[in-house]
Design a protein around this ligand. Sequence first.
Ligand code: ATR
Length: 284
Amino acid sequence: MKELPQKYAVIGWPVEHSVSPQMHNAAFKACGINAEYERIPTPPERLSETVEKLRREGYSGWNATVPHKENILPLLDNLDSKAELAGSVNTVIASEGQLIGFSTDGYGLEKALYEAFQTNIKDSSLVFIGAGGATRATAVHFAFQGVKRLTIINRTLEKAQKLCDLINSSVNHPVATPYPIDTPDEWQADILSADVIIQGTSMGLKLTDPLPLPEEMLEKDMCIYDMIYKKTPLLQKAKEKNCRIADGRGMLLHQGAGSFELWTGRKAPVEEMRKTLDELLKSA
Ligand code: ATR
């Protein structure tokens, strides 16, 4: 008798735009794994009910995306320590009815920065613009990877301060410093000496959005990474100024590869997954 495929999914709201199903189905196919990955639109008020349904129906694992990465934590049975500290889960493994939460976002960004700029996180100086969920999940990972300096610039200073406190209390010596975004004079020196500047706000989703930092700060050969996976106004301007640039698709790819490896225990077919993503996002 033919075996039923293992079931995987992404839960989010909205989730129609997610390219994870195509990326993971391509990966399963390339590895000859009998599995199917689907989108499950999940409004916030139905998160708990959906998690129980996935557990009951024997899903092997799933991804959680916006707006569930934080709220899913209390619904799980176990958490990886870094995901617990960051308060963010994007990958769930369901094993014998037990749900375990992980975050592969930091791993994904680490790989993406290496591919784009050959950055080794250990001993590097990084600037994050934004202190929301995307920054929290990745900056905590970098702190554990031995980053030398983290500068976190945010519109709401208290949020950056809280994140820096969390990071500094979990590593041996303080590495993170918060700044308010509206006082560029205070953080310009950190920008100029950074190995990479990482854009982690939602500014840039719309082509009419303002730049998150003054245009004059962009200098030739600076490395600018935008977690948004299209050519944002920041990336366009940075390119004009001969900066080195990369958009968020590398992070999307490698966080997916990280999830795949957690679920299957096998090496992810990264090039197959990249090909699928590039095809889907070629007009982004
Ligand atoms: P995500 O989970 O995608 O990171 P989020 O947690 O809502 O989303 O965070 C959005 C980030 O974009 C925050 O850092 C937010 O700044 P605040 O913490 O001050 O809200 C930032 N952001 C959004 N719109 C912005 C704007 N117009 N100017 C500056 N920062 C903005």
